[in-house]
Design a protein around this ligand. Sequence first.
Ligand SMILES: [Zn+2]
Ligand SMILES: [Zn+2]
Length: 424
Amino acid sequence: MDWLWDTAERWLHFARVDLTRYVIFAVGVWLVLWVALRVPMRGRKIRDASPPARQMILEFLFSLRTIALFSTVGFCLFAAEQAGFLPGPALAASWGWPWFAISLVLMIVVHDAYFYWTHRLIHHPRLFRRVHLRHHRSNNPSPFTAYSFDFSEALVNVSFVPIWMVLVPTDWPVTGFFMLHQIARNTLQHSGYEIMPARRDGRPMFDWLTSVTHHDLHHAEAGWNYGLWFTWWDRLMGTEHPDYHARFAAAVRKRLDAPPAAASIAKIASLLLLGAALTGGIPRAAEAQTRPDIAGRWATQGFGSIVEFSPCAGAEATMCGRILWLWAPTDSAGRPRTDSHNPDRALRSRGLVGVEIVRGLRQTAPGVWSDGALYNPDDGRTYAGSISLKEGSLELKGCAMGVFCQTQTWRRTADVVAAAGVAQ
Ligand SMILES: [Zn+2]
Ligand SMILES: [Zn+2]
């Protein structure tokens, strides 16, 4: 029975280390930012509201399960080394301090890539509910959210360490520092206070590192900012929240100015465009590039109505469109046109003007907005929709069940009116 006692004792040792690390940092960050520095840090609070105590207790309980898993993996790795199956740590120790430093930096950089891609994977609709929902239940996170995972997500996260230690010779203290960096930034990133210094132009001082706002925005509006330690993967893959810098500037109570280099490029570009305009008109493609935003008023195909696009209420990064004006506001009997085909009977009596017919479009590439819903009041159906900006006009594509698709072309109201003026 001695071996059983020994095993339990060794596992408990790992559990103690993992638990202490979590408690010191989660409680520490909470005590420092939420209690001791609450008043002086008021100007750095990202959101007005704080999560309820109930949420934090639940996060703590789920974190205990994650810690148990972490300890088990640590225990197994140690046992593997004892049994002679893990030669990496001893090898790394013999390579001296340069490898110590290099392996630590490498471990963090590679882990960032591992996290980015596994994180994107578990956001897939087929996996999200089963693997990642627990973590996102904390829409407004707290330092205790750091380890609040579904079991399968904890498994995905912790797997990095054994994979790395088997493949790359790494000394135990390197893994210790890796875990220290991990828990420190993890608890801070969920703390709700922006702690990164800001530059004069309102941008983060170290823009290549993720800030608290960066991850906070991921909790607020999942679908953006998947990176954990560095911003480069989100930038490379186009998944950084379009308003990230504006939100960061708001969190540090600064005005977001255009960076000097970009400002001069924008100035040169606008001067060139002005020149083009004076010498015979701006090509449409160029106009589309300078105004890639779809916000504003659009005339639908056939000019049956005007739809106005603006950021969706409560989800600023997505675009919604509502009917602003109808060519024929009344039916043949002279009654105001209503949303009479709506599947929801309660909505059939509402007037058509003001109805949101485009919902939740996200910019997925330059000039392309997708993942939205298009509502057609003519048949009361909602289609999966995407929009692309082509030479100044909008091409709308609505599909039912992914196969039955319809496209329409909408134009800027000003362009339609201008064209009508030419035709007169
Ligand atoms: Zn998180
Ligand atoms: Zn997520």
